[in-house]
Design a protein around this ligand. Structure first.
Ligand SMILES: *[C@@H]1O[C@H](CO)[C@@H](O)[C@H](O)[C@H]1NC(C)=O
Ligand SMILES: *[C@@H]1O[C@H](CO)[C@@H](O)[C@H](O)[C@H]1NC(C)=O
Ligand SMILES: *[C@@H]1O[C@H](CO)[C@@H](O)[C@H](O)[C@H]1NC(C)=O
Length: 317
């Protein structure tokens, strides 16, 4: 019984071992697989953490540099706009200065009675055709060159077309006594054989005032008799630049043939511009400026140094 019991006792033990071993045989590889899988996962996790940390760092870095770029951009913008402000205020100061200085010498209001004829109001207007002489020999006899003759001829033709187109009648032609102007006038008068003509010494070339410029091409006050020229040209202005006479029944059209510098001065004066800006206007050879003076004494500049009637290849200055 005891043996049987022993036997009986022994049997379950071996079964347990058998099962345990079998279990172990399955469990061990499984555990190993699980362990390997888990450690792989772990290292993947670690990798992910590392990657994610690196990314976070990168983002942070980028954010920082973005912020610093923004700050730099803001600083530069401010610097730029403050520079612009500086420039503007400099320009503003200069402009104010110029306007203040100008109002001291030049009234900004239009002066109606500039020709002292406001109380003799005519019923018609006066139109001046201010012609510059043609190209001439500057270094020899001061006579027109052959180009100058051609230019003067073309300007005569233009005046004739003008007369026809607007059915106007020129009243007279007044010329500077200088040869180049007389010669230019002769070309014009070919087209107006009956037009009364005269020459006037008061219309010769001259500089009335040193121009406001940075260029050194004009003589200084003490180097040129500006005052004498101004006196003469102001008298010429009084004589030829004024509204029509009260007894005139139709618009008065007059041709004046003269010179670039003095014409520029006279035109600036007629417009009541500061006269020392005359050098900023250009009047090439045989160019025409048309200026109308209304019965009210208002001055309208139709064209200033117009040269479009002269073909480009025949232009000169
Ligand atoms: C304005 O006049 C003053 C004094 O006459 C002069 O110092 C200044 O340079 C003038 N300014 C300009 C812009 O012409
Ligand atoms: C003026 O121009 C016309 C037309 O081109 C021409 O017939 C005439 O010969 C010219 N006169 C002079 C003097 O150049
Ligand atoms: C200018 O007019 C006078 C008459 O006063 C005349 O003799 C002369 O020929 C005219 N000049 C020209 C260029 O036509």
């Amino acid at each position: 019984m005891e043996r049987t019991n022993n036997k009986l006792q022994h049997k379950p033990n071996s079964t347990v071992i058998y099962f345990t071993c079998t279990l172990m045989l399955f469990l061990l590889p499984s555990c190993m697989v699980i362990y390997i899988a888990m450690s792989a996962h772990q290292s993947q996790c670690n990798n992910l953490v590392t990657v994610s940390m690196t990314t976070t760092n990168k983002i942070q870095e980028l954010q920082e540099s973005y912020a610093s770029l923004q700050a730099e951009y803001k600083r530069l913008t401010l610097e730029f706009s403050s520079n612009i402000l500086d420039i503007n205020s400099e320009v503003g100061k200069l402009e104010k200065d110029i306007i203040r200085n100008e109002t001291k010498t030049t009234p900004r209001r239009w002066i109606d009675n500039w020709d002292k004829l406001a109380n003799h109001r005519p019923s018609v207007k006066r139109v001046l055709y201010l012609v510059r002489h043609g190209d001439y020999n500057v270094n020899s006899d001061h006579m027109l060159t052959s180009l100058g003759h051609t230019q003067a001829n073309i300007t005569g033709q233009w005046l004739k077309r003008r007369e026809r187109k607007y059915a106007i009648q020129f009243k007279r032609l007044i010329s500077s006594t200088y040869h180049r102007c007389v010669q230019t006038s002769e070309h014009i008068l070919k087209y107006f054989p009956t037009l009364s003509n005269l020459t006037d010494q008061m219309l010769i070339e001259g500089w009335a005032i040193p121009p406001r410029t940075n260029l050194d091409t004009f003589p200084k006050w003490e180097e040129y008799p500006y005052k004498a020229d101004k006196k003469r040209l102001d008298l010429a202005f009084q004589k030829y630049f004024h509204r029509a006479e009260q007894n005139e029944l139709s618009d008065v059209h007059e041709i004046i043939v003269a010179h670039s510098n003095m014409l520029r001065y006279l035109i600036m004066r007629a417009l009541q511009f500061p006269v020392d800006i005359w050098s900023r206007v250009s009047i090439i050879h045989a160019a025409i400026s048309v200026l109308t003076i209304t019965p009210d004494g208002y001055v309208l500049l139709e064209s200033l140094g117009d040269n479009t009637h002269i073909p480009i290849h025949l232009q000169s200055s």
